[in-house]
Design a protein around this ligand. Structure first.
Ligand SMILES: Cc1cc2nc3c(=O)[nH]c(=O)nc-3n(C[C@H](O)[C@H](O)[C@H](O)COP(=O)(O)OP(=O)(O)OC[C@H]3O[C@@H](n4cnc5c(N)ncnc54)[C@H](O)[C@@H]3O)c2cc1C
Length: 398
């Protein structure tokens, strides 16, 4: 590598949800931080875009996640106050699943059960609803007779682009050096610290945080490449009928609907937040084909949109029209059990990997940023993140 001309305590590679949060937390606690992104975040090429992300507190993916969600609620509130930006809207969150059986989401075979246990354990305000209870409150859903609902009062949605912007803005105010449009090419673990080479210059840091989202495999080393698979996801905004007001945030919750015994997976969705023209955002998770971030097909065919409407929207929601007003491609980075990896790299003692995606990372990102900052500066974290250790994911078949 050439001349090292920039030094920081911590260098953050990638400024999506995780990197922007880590950069802010590092700068806030007084560490010198250089933060680099190949694009100009927030952007539409990774995993942190598309207007909204569901947030909830009782976490069906596993109880271990709830402390991160609860801490994130506190941090979002602080960031909102510091920046005067509206980041979190509480609409209530409805999870619908088969009443008789097990419900699956994000690799977890008992999503509803975990959610209920977590809500009880942490005292999270919620109620259970039978089909009639859901129908009375939310006639927008076309329910089957055998379903049940979990309604969490403080669930809602976050605005991912605004969250990134707000945290980068605060990070700058606290002295972080943020470089965009700069691509990291490689790093070298030195005896102490790390050298980082970009397409512009070389840097040296005591710790490197790699929060590269779907590009994580570029930096992980051969042995771990198979641990992270990237899947193309499509977000759809469908037009709504004149009764669109029944979908505004005051009347319609964020929702996750597992179709259970009927098969076909499920859908999740949000209220209409941009008036009638904005449409209703709804999506279905797709794990059919792996991709790579720089080779992903970014357009959406009419056949895909038709299928989404006919299979997943029309049979389940009242008052939504076939016309699709917007589509967006976004990328999931998925581990074999959909768990996060937040840990020091097994082979590089000064390199921390943050890959908390698998489709459910955003809600935790403020607290993950804080944990990353703590890990980088003092070697441990307030919230127990041992469940996200490399070894835990690596023991699974890859
Ligand atoms: C369709 C979809 C729906 C989702 N829904 C939810 C939800 O409802 N609730 C929820 O909690 N979570 C949800 N998630 C998950 C959540 O959005 C992700 O966990 C989170 O956004 C991941 O952020 P990240 O920072 O890891 O990745 P990214 O946002 O992709 O950021 C990685 C960054 O690294 C940069 N980078 C990569 N390589 C380099 C390089 N060589 N040099 C410089 N920069 C580089 C990229 O440019 C990028 O900006 C969803 C994800 C998707 C895709």
């Amino acid at each position: 590598m050439g001349q090292v001309d920039n030094f920081a305590d911590v260098l953050v590679l990638g400024l999506g949800a995780m990197g922007s949060a880590a950069t802010y937390q590092l700068a806030r606690q007084g560490a010198s931080v250089i933060a680099i992104d190949q694009f100009s975040p927030p952007h539409k090429m990774g995993s942190t875009h598309g207007d909204t992300r569901i947030t909830r507190q009782a976490i069906g993916e596993g109880e271990v996640y709830t402390p991160l969600a609860l801490r994130s609620y506190k941090l979002w509130d602080e960031i909102e106050k510091e920046t005067g930006t509206d980041l979190l809207t509480m609409t209530g969150g409805l999870i619908i699943a088969d009443a008789s059986g097990v419900s699956t989401a994000h690799g977890n075979a008992d999503f509803m059960g975990n959610t209920l246990r977590s809500a009880e354990k942490y005292g999270i305000g919620h109620e259970r609803l039978d089909v009639r209870g859901i129908q009375t409150r939310y006639p927008q859903f076309k329910l089957r007779g055998h379903e049940m609902g979990y309604l969490e009062y403080k669930a809602g949605f976050l605005r991912p682009e605004r969250c990134v912007e707000a945290q980068l803005d605060l990070a700058k105010r606290h002295g972080a050096k943020i470089y965009t449009g700069e691509k990291v090419l490689e790093f070298v673990q030195e005896r102490d610290g790390v050298s980082v080479k970009t397409d512009r210059c070389d840097y040296k840091c005591k710790k490197l945080i790699i929060s590269a989202g779907p590009w994580v495999s570029d930096f992980i080393g051969e042995r771990y490449k198979g641990l992270f698979k990237v899947y193309r996801q499509v977000l759809y905004w469908f037009d709504v009928e004149d009764s669109y007001e029944s979908f505004v945030a005051e009347k319609f919750p964020v929702f996750i609907w597992d179709f259970g015994t009927e098969g076909g997976g499920g859908i999740y969705g949000f209220p209409a937040i941009d008036g009638r023209q904005g449409g209703l955002k709804v999506a279905h998770e797709d794990y059919l084909e792996t991709t790579a971030p720089d080779q992903t097909r970014r357009d959406v065919s009419p056949a895909e949109t038709d299928e989404m409407f006919e299979r997943f929207v029309e049979p389940r929601l009242v008052g939504v029209k076939r016309e699709c007003v917007k589509v967006v491609i976004c990328l999931y980075t998925v581990t074999p059990d959909s768990g996060f990896v937040i840990d020091t790299h097994p082979d590089y003692k000064d390199v921390i990997i943050a890959s908390p995606c698998s489709g459910h990372g955003f809600k935790h990102s403020a607290a993950i940023g804080e944990a990353l900052a703590q890990l980088a500066t003092r070697g441990n974290t307030d919230i127990d993140i041992s469940a996200f250790a490399f070894g835990v994911r690596d023991r699974r078949e890859i």
